[in-house]
Design a binder for this molecule. Structure first.
Ligand code: GDP
Ligand code: MG
Length: 640
């Protein structure tokens, strides 16, 4: 028997055996050396005595896979179910034999239960590093997403790559679009995800999936860096995904590649040829120039990332999109991240499950299995999953049913208790509870000057212990993309002289993201400073009481302009304080002068009704403006 074979048998490293042999006075050259019968016996004895200590220690830990029933738990612990129930009763935990226990239930139970072994609770489908036997990990292709400013050529580039490398030329047939595809090159394979921009990218992350390994930042050579380019950079950075830059449209006469590179340098994306770390490639989706180089660079970048997966395990991955097809029922495009997905597998997604009836690849062909980094369509789920939902294969239908049932219950509970997020008021407690080490901010302002001033002041507040990390800063109103980024990154959104759009506001409420709005720089700085020091004094907060949209204008002689409004939210009372908001920027602060319903003066108007509003000392109203009423309220610091 050779040393490496023995090592495998004893679950040891060859080196350990060679060392041991040395100690016994036996020389072994390498792990390929053979051992004679006698040495073999001696060494086996030796290792029985000493070395497998590591293994023994390992055995002291018992792994329990959640969820499972009380009966299953008892069996796993090698005791009778009614004994377990009795034991738990003494700890004031009351369960029944068939009751399902999830991870948190189990943690609670083991907190009270005296059990000789250490218990490790693993959630079904949860990927555990140690579970994945290192030897089974094999290299996998990279998954790439394109992001960038609108019209800079994301779709065109994806199409150009797809047409050049995917669509079967000999068939010339139309392949259906599944939102993701693979390019198979001589030097390697690349999977491309066709997600509609950085907002979708981060929304997917919000649902628990970081599907992309590399982001291609597409910048048009003639237009250069635009606000959404910066947004895309910040979203990629917040996700810790490396960026490869594709400067597109280099076929155009007015392209300025050097200019774009200079701007990239300012954004800390210094091109490699200038001594930086960022791969920058000039391409044209139109003439296909540079596309080969881009793909090559992607493979190079991927090589450095050393991406690996274990094709031998049950599959696990993420939903790219889900839809209902008239003929085929529920169709989900998924990306396999590890393992191999097989026909007939039981797949769980969110609170749905199903047995796979069909797996279809990016060329529309029915296939039997799909390995790591393969995007495929699957048929057979019981409900419509959403982009970003993780999926995983379980061993049997019963388990799938249990998991789905638990998830549904959990969902119900979550609806009642919104997720606690970071806020300026609770930041210091979160620091104390070691939940946070830095305060993440998204800063939005009306003009570049204020934005830079604010950011500089905030950055100066960082201390060696607590860092301020501005993950995104741009001018303009607070949009949904800001809120999603804040929700995923656990950041507070600071707005200066601007407001959030209606949809962003609603999303912030749903996600528990804090938006702090200021009109005075000093106040914003003071609040953030106080938050870091845990000294946030009771603050006078503006509480919005109503939000009306201007839909029509009436010029009334002697009275001035009356805005015909629709009250989206809350209530408006005559003499209320108001902000007038245009394109999410506050352009006037004052009071309501007159409030009317059908020409009648009224004291108040309720949500969902139309009304006429006149403002004190302000006439320059426009259709599409928002009139926001508010109260000043003193709010004590909350200690949750
Ligand atoms: P997206 O919004 O980023 O997906 O951009 P599109 O792919 O829709 O492209 C926007 C416009 O730019 C379209 O009219 C394209 O035809 C054009 N376009 C895209 N790539 C190139 C290119 O390399 N050269 C030229 N001249 N035009 C391009
Ligand atoms: Mg597009």
């Amino acid at each position: 028997m050779r040393i490496h074979q023995l090592a495998k048998k004893l679950n040891l490293d060859s080196k350990e055996i060679i060392e041991k042999l040395k100690g016994l006075g036996v020389k072994a050259k390498s792990h390929m050396s053979s051992l004679d019968e006698d040495t073999l016996e001696i060494i086996k004895e030796e290792f029985k005595k000493n070395v497998p200590r590591k293994q023994k220690e390992k055995q002291k830990e018992k792994r329990i896979k959640a969820p499972l029933t009380v009966k299953e738990l008892a069996a796993a612990l090698d005791i009778k179910a009614n004994e377990l129930i009795k034991k738990l009763m003494t700890a004031n935990i009351f369960v029944t034999v068939n009751q399902l226990l999830d991870k948190s239930n189990l943690k609670e139970i083991f907190g009270h239960l005296d059990y000789p072994l250490k218990i490790k609770v693993i959630e079904q489908g949860e990927l555990l590093e140690e579970e994945e036997e290192k030897s089974k990990l094999t290299p996998r292709p990279p998954v790439v997403t394109l992001m960038g400013h609108v019209d800079h050529g994301k779709t065109s580039l994806l199409d150009a790559i797809r047409n050049a490398y995917v669509v079967g030329k000999e068939k010339g047939g139309i392949t259906q679009h599944i939102g993701a595809y693979r390019v198979i090159l001589e030097k390697g394979t690349i999977a491309f995800l066709d997600t509609p921009g950085h907002q979708a990218f981060t929304a997917m992350r919000a649902r628990g999936a970081n599907a992309s390994d590399i982001v291609i930042l597409v910048i048009a050579a003639n237009e250069g860096i635009k606000p959404q380019t910066i947004e895309a950079i910040d979203h990629a950075r917040a996700a810790n995904v490396p960026i490869v830059v594709a400067i597109n449209k280099i076929d155009l006469g007015d392209s300025n590649i050097e200019g774009v590179k200079k701007d990239l340098q300012k954004l800390d994306l210094t091109p490699e040829e200038w001594g930086g770390k960022t791969i920058v490639v000039g391409v044209s989706a139109k003439t296909k120039q540079g596309i080969d180089e881009l793909l090559e660079m992607l493979l190079l970048e991927a090589e450095m990332l050393e991406l690996k997966a274990d094709p031998s395990r049950l599959a696990r991955g993420v939903v790219i999109e889900g839809r209902i097809s008239a003929g085929r029922g529920i169709v989900a495009t998924v990306l396999v991240q590890t393992g191999t997905l097989k026909l007939g597998d039981i797949v769980v997604v969110d609170c749905y499950y199903g047995k796979l009836r069909a797996i279809i690849d990016d060329q529309g062909r029915g296939i039997k299995e799909a390995g790591p980094a393969m995007p495929v369509e699957i048929l057979g789920l019981s409900g419509l999953p959403q982009a970003g939902d993780p999926f995983y294969v379980v061993t049997d239908e019963k388990k799938a049913k249990q998991i789905c049932w638990l998830k549904q219950e959990k969902k119900g509970k979550e609806r009642l208790t919104p997720k606690p997020k970071v806020s300026l008021e609770n930041f210091s407690q979160q620091i104390e509870q070691k939940k946070l080490k830095e305060l993440k901010l998204i800063v939005k302002a009306d003009v570049q000057g204020s934005l830079e001033a604010l950011a500089e002041c905030f950055n100066k507040l960082s201390t060696p212990k607590i860092k301020i990390n501005i993950i995104h800063q741009t001018t303009g109103g607070i949009n949904e993309s800001d809120i999603i980024l804040a929700a995923v990154s656990n950041a507070v959104v600071i707005g200066f002289h601007i407001r959030a759009g209606l949809k962003a506001e609603e999303l912030a409420r749903q996600e528990g993201v804090e938006i702090k709005l200021y009109d005075v720089i000093y106040e914003a700085i003071a609040d953030v400073k106080a938050s870091l020091e845990g000294l946030l004094e009771p603050i006078v907060k503006e509480v919005v009481t109503g939000k009306a949209e201007v839909r029509q204008l009436f010029k009334v002689s002697k009275v001035g302009t009356i805005a015909g409004c629709f009250l989206h939210k809350g209530k408006i009372i005559r003499n209320d304080l108001v902000h007038l908001i245009r394109n999410d920027v506050v352009i006037y602060e004052g009071k309501i002068k007159s409030l009317k319903r059908f020409k009648e003066d009224v004291r108040e108007v309720e949500e969902g009704f139309e009304c006429g509003i006149g403002l004190q000392n302000y006439d320059d109203l426009k259709v599409g403006d928002f009139i926001e009423t508010y109260e000043k309220e003193e709010i004590a610091q909350k200690l949750e």
